[in-house]
Design a protein around this ligand. Structure first.
Ligand code: PEP
Ligand code: MN
Length: 342
């Protein structure tokens, strides 16, 4: 309550709390009175209290999210995929491939290259949410068919983006993991639809989203009864235009402390520059990332999207070698390709 709030004002707040079905605990101090709200099962909608005379500030102690929180579920979630791949356990799972599916030759070359370097999941967009309507928009359904072909040819699992609620079923028909892109992180009908798809969901942090908003996006999927959610830090906007984005490394341990969900790092979108990808991948593994999402193109200079941040196959092999050493150093290991698992 405000300094100088009258006893009548305090009484009115106490009554309002009781009418809302909670218990009020006034704490009378020398300068002011604070009123605690107890008996709530989750976050209280305080808008009614905020408007009462004498109220200075509402301070929430309870987090707005529930099922994604570590308080709710202390043990880390492990998302189990086919072939024994598990995200969120001891393994660091590497998902790599081009930004977009461009052609049969391109996606098969990319898939073979990332598989031979040790990646276990192929990433590539068939539906691309581009900032400009004049940029390459992806091959759409034929891109999904090419991903399906790459899966059959290489044994790699597939992560690919669904751009709208209507497109979720088509993507779910091919993808082992449905990706929700940064631009769509707060598209709640898409999140709900992905939550009902029966597939694991990868949610990328929006470029102006707080960690709380990222966790609330995941809460939408869990609220549909789907617990298989993987988060991804992919860089946020900052005041400095030196890099495409500011890669928020601290999001990795922060998410692990607040939530039981696994979190990946995407050092490609996180930096926007090929020469920065390997250093940030190393840092992300050291910071506890449960996996990496990396853009790799057989000929980055010819890529139809995100060529400047795409590694060539040789650079990706280096990333894998160095990430493996760092994973070992912190008592983890890189997930093994399907077929060579022991
Ligand atoms: C992508 O993964 O290619 C992509 C579009 O990422 P983001 O949504 O993070 O921009
Ligand atoms: Mn991209």
């Amino acid at each position: 309550m405000r300094h100088g709030a009258t006893p009548a004002e305090i009484q009115r707040v106490v009554e309002a709390i009781a009418e809302m079905g909670y218990e009020a605990r006034p704490l009378v101090g020398r300068q002011r009175t604070a009123i605690g709200v107890v008996g709530n099962d989750g976050r209280v909608d305080g808008s009614r209290l905020a408007g009462l005379e004498g109220v200075q500030e509402l301070i929430h102690v309870t987090k707005p999210y529930k099922q994604v929180s570590r308080e709710w579920r202390p043990d880390s979630t492990v998302v189990r995929l086919s072939g024994g791949i598990a995200v969120g356990g001891e393994d660091v799972v590497v998902m790599a491939g081009p930004c977009s599916v461009e052609s049969e030759r391109q996606i098969l070359e990319a898939a073979v290259a990332v598989r031979d370097a040790g990646a276990v999941i192929l990433r590539a967009g068939a539906f691309k949410p581009r900032s400009s309507p004049y940029s390459f928009q992806g091959l759409g359904k034929s891109g999904l068919a090419l991903l399906s072909l790459a899966r059959r040819e290489t044994g790699l699992l597939i992560v690919t983006e669904a751009m709208d609620a209507e497109g979720v079923d088509a993507v779910a028909g091919v993808a082992d993991i449905i990706q929700i892109g940064a631009r769509n992180m707060q598209n709640y009908s898409l999140l709900r639809s992905a939550g009902r798809s029966g597939r694991p969901v990868l949610i990328k942090r929006g470029f102006a989203a707080t960690i709380q908003e990222l966790l609330l996006a995941a809460e939408y999927v869990l609220a549909e009864g789907n617990n298989d959610v993987i988060l991804c830090e992919r860089g946020i906007r900052s005041f400095d235009s030196a890099m495409r984005n500011l890669f928020d490394l601290s999001a990795l341990p922060l998410v692990h402390s607040l939530s039981h969900l696994p979190i990946l790092a995407d050092p490609s979108h996180g930096t926007g520059r090929r020469d920065m990808v390997i250093p940030m991948a190393r840092a992300a593994v050291a910071a506890g990332a449960d996996g990496l999402l990396v853009e790799v193109h057989p000929r980055p200079e010819r890529a139809l999207s995100d060529g400047a941040q795409s590694l060539d196959p040789e650079q990706f092999r280096q990333l894998m070698r160095e990430s493996r050493l760092i994973a070992d150093a912190i008592g983890r290991r890189l997930a093994e390709p399907i077929g060579v698992r022991t």
